[in-house]
Design a protein around this ligand. Structure first.
Ligand code: AP5
Length: 186
């Protein structure tokens, strides 16, 4: 089971990824979590990434693709994985495709969690992570619209996209996601 969870900041990718890994026993790969771990550890990469993340911008494709290539080489991805927050640009999506072709492990499908900007603003201001202030959230939403939203069409053309309305009860959204995932593998 190899899945991408696509969605704007605050659309519920992390929340739903936790439920998916419980049900399907796959690895959870979140580039945001990996980058925050680098920042917390004070590595050179983390120091570079911190100001970019605080500004709501994207870390370079080259860095993120390198992280993913390393991560997909680890043993715990044998049963599959859910990618959360990656890919975020066309360049990353194409890089991922090339990497998975090389491994002989194509994606099964892409779940797009669709949530409106007003709901996202409310959710993230209530959460209050370091990058959850109004100005940075707006920037993250702009970056999503410009650089990540084109991936919806990219995966739709490949016949891999499940479009899920991501507002409402968390368990009801999870039920819709599970149905889509079961369809991918049917
Ligand atoms: P990342 O960590 O990926 O953050 P994000 O995409 O901004 O997403 P969030 O974690 O804010 O939201 P989410 O969709 O996971 O929602 P969640 O479940 O947490 O990226 C952070 C930064 O790292 C980026 O800005 C960038 O700088 C860098 N980065 C990361 N990946 C990169 C990449 N591939 N390339 C380049 N740079 C990269 O939910 C949010 C809140 O809503 C929570 O409080 C939750 O409890 C609540 N919630 C969830 N579901 C519901 C619901 N149904 N109803 C009500 N509330 C809900």
């Amino acid at each position: 089971m190899r899945i991408v969870l696509l969605g704007a900041p605050g659309s519920g990718k992390g929340t739903q990824a936790e439920k998916i890994i419980d049900r399907y026993n796959v690895a959870h790969i979140s580039t945001g979590d990996m980058l925050r771990a680098e920042v917390a550890a004070g590595t050179e990469l983390g120091q570079k990434a911190k100001s970019i993340m605080d500004a709501g911008q994207l870390v370079s494709d080259e860095i993120v693709l390198g992280m993913i290539e390393n991560r997909l080489g680890r043993d715990d991805v044998k049963n599959g994985f859910i990618l959360d927050g990656f890919p975020r640009t066309l360049e990353q999506a194409k890089g991922l495709q090339a990497l998975l072709e090389k491994l002989g492990q194509p994606l099964d499908g892409v779940v797009f969690l669709d949530v409106d900007a007003e709901e996202i603003m409310q959710r993230l201001l209530a959460r209050g992570r370091g990058d959850d202030n109004e100005e940075t959230i707006r920037k993250r939403l702009d970056v999503f619209a410009e650089q990540t939203a084109p991936l919806v069409a990219f995966y739709k053309e490949q016949g891999k996209l499940a479009h899920i309305h991501g507002v409402g009860d968390v368990d009801e959204i999870f039920a819709k996601i599970s149905a889509a995932i079961d369809d991918f593998s049917a």
